[in-house]
Every structure is written in C-alpha cells, then in structure tokens.
Design a protein. Structure first.
Length: 171
C-alpha cells in the first residue's frame, strides 16, 4: 500500500484538496471558499491523511498550475497519473475511457460502455463516473446522457455545466 499525502492548493476558483501517492493523484476535491473546508473534505475521504505543502511535491505543484490555467479558460491537458489502485477493474476501464474524451467535447454513458466492450452497461458506467477520485484529471463532466442532457455529477449539475462551458462544449 502506498502512502498518500494531502495538499491544499489555492486557485482563482477556490481552494482544492489534492491527495497524492507514489502512484499519482489519488483524489481531488471540488473548489471551496476556504482552505479549511478543502482540507476537511479531503481528510474525510482519506483516513489519517498527513498534509504537506503543494510546493513539496512536483506533481501536485504542476497540477496546481494547470488548474489555475484551466480556470482562466486556457486549454489544458491533464496528463498526470491517477492512482486508481483501489477501484474495481470495471471502474478503472470506464474512467480510462472517459479520460480519452477530448477537451471541449462530450460523450454519452453508452459511448463509454461501448468503448470498454460492455455496450449494455451505461448505468454501470454512471456508477463508475461517480467513483472518479480526480474529476479534473479524469473528465467525467464530459460524460452526458444519450439524449444530450446533463446528469450525474457529484459536484452538482451547475458545476458540470460551468466546466463544459469553460471548455467551449455545446451544452
């Protein structure tokens, strides 16, 4: 088992908690209005999580810079490794497929299901997207219903819509 360390990063959109292990980014939080809330949210997801300074970890420091660029409307490719070690194999495959959805585009849950060789598993894909530990890096916000509706985003549909509009996607 790899040791996970928590960090809190300041961005123009708010404070974001980031958990990192030797395998990569193990989790991110949504932006919060203050550092304490981001820290608390991250700590609730990871038991006994020690915290460090973002500048102590080059991966987290790079992610923080990319998040700031992203929130300023710049096209960013989040290529940081993600630690999906505790996710079931189906979830890992679905999340990796979602990760391949290009910036500014959307795909359906059914598309993800087909991509991973389980064409009848659109609902299970929805559950896998809910499991996503790092929504900025694995862009589950780009996965929508087959009829084009926005649905199923743990941070709220308003935030999902905001992210898609930030990327220039038609929603």
């Amino acid at each position: 088992m790899t040791r996970t360390i928590g960090y809190v990063c300041s961005t123009s959109k708010g404070w974001i908690g980031v958990a990192a292990s030797a395998r990569g980014i193990a989790g991110t939080t949504r932006p919060f209005g203050n550092e304490a809330d981001a820290r608390e949210e991250l700590a609730a997801r990871f038991n006994d999580l020690p915290f460090g300074e973002a500048r102590q970890d080059p991966l987290v420091e790079r992610l923080q810079a990319k998040l700031e660029d992203y929130f300023c409307g710049k096209r960013v490719i989040f290529d940081e490794p993600v630690d999906l070690g505790s996710a079931p194999a189906f979830c890992q495959r679905a999340l990796e497929a979602a990760r391949r959805i290009p910036y500014g585009e959307v795909r359906s849950y059914a598309w993800v299901a087909r991509e991973i060789g389980n064409p009848g598993a659109a609902r299970a894909v929805g559950q896998a997207m809910h499991y996503n530990p790092a929504p900025f890096i694995i862009p589950c916000h780009r996965v929508i219903a087959s009829d084009g509706r926005l649905c199923g985003f743990g941070w709220g549909l308003d935030f999902k819509e905001w992210l898609l509009k930030l990327e220039g996607a038609s929603v």
